[in-house]
Ligand binder design. Structure first.
Ligand code: ADP
Ligand code: MG
Length: 178
């Protein structure tokens, strides 16, 4: 939240461009990408490009009560999206097309802060800690983040699921083998 709207836009562009030219993205045929909310790294151009490139693109649908995320295949961005839980955009009525988490090659994960080990501090709901283990072995978890979100240690708990790669506007942190 310390970043101005202009800086969020400029840095997001750099981060997304880095992801678009990364081997893990180029190799991925199917991916789930979070839809940014507030001052998160903006993912709109990533979603749009992945659709243009013919990849199978999903965005999460949030089940607040069940604390569950479901990937839903997106065919048009942003046309098919409407505000869902907490006002976050998700597929609107008529555009819900659930996909098996085991189908994902890549998951683009949001977060509040990350450390160099790929450990993640979320918003306190544990949604991604529950979702990520439902993917198959070999699925790559990447977190776009502003450099200000990278801290020395996020002090993870046993249920916290780390990401493999953190991509910021100045570096790519490969935290874990993938
Ligand atoms: N896989 C899981 N199964 C059951 N409960 C979980 C799981 N992952 C997280 N939780 C619970 O969800 C809550 C929020 O998780 P936390 O890691 O604090 O949030 P976040 O990852 O969003 O920062 C915690 O009480 C945690 O025990
Ligand atoms: Mg957690």
């Amino acid at each position: 939240m310390a970043l101005s709207p202009d800086l969020v836009k400029e840095k997001s562009r750099i981060i997304v461009d880095r992801i678009l030219s990364s081997p893990f993205y180029l190799k991925a045929q199917s991916l789930m990408v979070y839809v940014d909310f507030r001052n998160e790294v903006q993912t709109g151009s990533l979603i749009a490009r992945a659709l243009e490139e013919g990849k199978k693109v999903c965005v999460p649908i949030t089940d607040v009560k069940g604390k569950k995320l479901t990937p839903s295949r997106l065919l048009a961005y942003p046309d098919e999206l409407a505000p869902g839980a907490w006002g976050i955009l998700e597929p609107g009525p008529g555009f819900v097309r659930p996909v098996d988490p085991g189908d994902m090659d890549l998951v683009v994960v949001p977060g509040v802060a990350f450390d160099p080990g790929g450990n993640r501090l979320g918003y306190g709901g544990g949604f991604y800690d529950r979702f990520l283990p439902r993917t198959r072995p070999g699925t790559v978890f990447v977190a776009p983040a502003f450099e200000v979100q990278v801290v020395e240690d996020v002090f993870p708990g046993p249920h916290d699921v780390p990401v493999h790669i953190v991509v910021t506007e100045t570096r790519i942190i490969t935290a874990r083998c993938c």
